[in-house]
Design a protein around this ligand. Sequence first.
Ligand SMILES: Nc1ncnc2c1ncn2[C@@H]1O[C@H](COP(=O)(O)OP(=O)(O)OP(=O)(O)O)[C@@H](O)[C@H]1O
Ligand SMILES: [Mg+2]
Length: 388
Amino acid sequence: MRRIILYTGKGGVGKSTVSAATALKCSELGYHTLVMSTDSAHSLSDAFEFELGDEPTPVSDNLDALEVNVQSEIKKNWGVVQTYFKTFLSSQGLDNVVAEELSIFPGMEELFNLLRLIRLSEKYDVVIVDCAPTAGTLQLLSFPEIMRWYMEHLFSVGKKVAKVIRPVANRVSSVPFPEDNVFDSIEKIYSGIDRLSQILTDPRTTTVRLVVNPEKMVLKESHRAYTYLMLYGLHVDEIILNKIIPHEVQDAYFSEWLSSQSKYIELAEISFSPLPIRKLKLLRCEVSGIDSLKEVARELYGRDEDPTHVRIIHTPTSLKRSDEKFVLEIMLPFASKEELELFSKGDELAVVVGNYKRIITLPTTLVGRRIIGSKFREGKLTIEFEGT
Ligand SMILES: Nc1ncnc2c1ncn2[C@@H]1O[C@H](COP(=O)(O)OP(=O)(O)OP(=O)(O)O)[C@@H](O)[C@H]1O
Ligand SMILES: [Mg+2]
């Protein structure tokens, strides 16, 4: 069965190293494996010491690696819309350069890379994804909402109606009307995003692993990332705690590092519980080339462990019926009550945590039911709907 594992985390924590080593292990276990980086600042080439390109390249038995060319993906997927959008913005009096910049959204690079991943994943047993540092990944999660806005506001008329309106609209309005190919591109992306969301939020196919270091700022950012990943319904099944200084290092110079690391290792264990934590020590030197990646893989998985096994399944969102009420539960670990907001409109519920908003389309059972209460306790948001 196809398995997708995404590695994300703060910049420099070891995402590419862990992705490459895990991919190598999977290939050794006999899985036909692809490792790809969705980050435009690729470092897989460095990890493998192998020049990678825009097509999957064999790097070892059973293992292909790929560094997606972001610009060409954007052009392929978004070029037509971008051209229209630029004309549209210019017709509104916007400077060409500004229009060019506005026609690309944050998170778009990651999105098109992941759409490519979905297409490629059909051919492999396992796909390991070396994601951009956390901020990039999280921008991607908000992208479906941006696309929805596009669909509803800018392109709400749809292709059929556009055919009728276009000749009139172009005569009376200074705003050019989008051609059919603009609608086609948007529709294609929209259905791609739909499929992508389904695949990414299905724990039988996809899990996310957070790579962290035992340091204050790294842990803080990872806590936030975990909250947002849960908000968008992704399944985190493991934390990789990397760059742990081994205790055999007795040099006095490192004594403070050792004690601060042991404090943050404990914090990671307590705060992420019940998520399993996999530890990786700081090796003697940088990790580069297949042999040192194999050493990392041995440290991580021993001889026999299979990295594709899902380590824990928790349900980010669940719906229960109790005492004549329907109860929707959303896990939001590390969130605080003050930053939470809830809105409901028609069949949609918007959950806002800080700067991130997720719009949940309510299951038919809940549509039209009044919200009678909500509370947030111990990382769990509970929303009660009337039962009768
Ligand atoms: N356990 C380790 N022992 C020794 N060196 C390590 C270890 N893990 C990672 N490194 C080194 O740390 C550096 C950063 O690692 P890596 O490139 O994997 O991080 P990254 O999270 O992918 O970074 P970026 O956010 O820039 O993509 C690299 O030089 C890598 O070789
Ligand atoms: Mg990297």
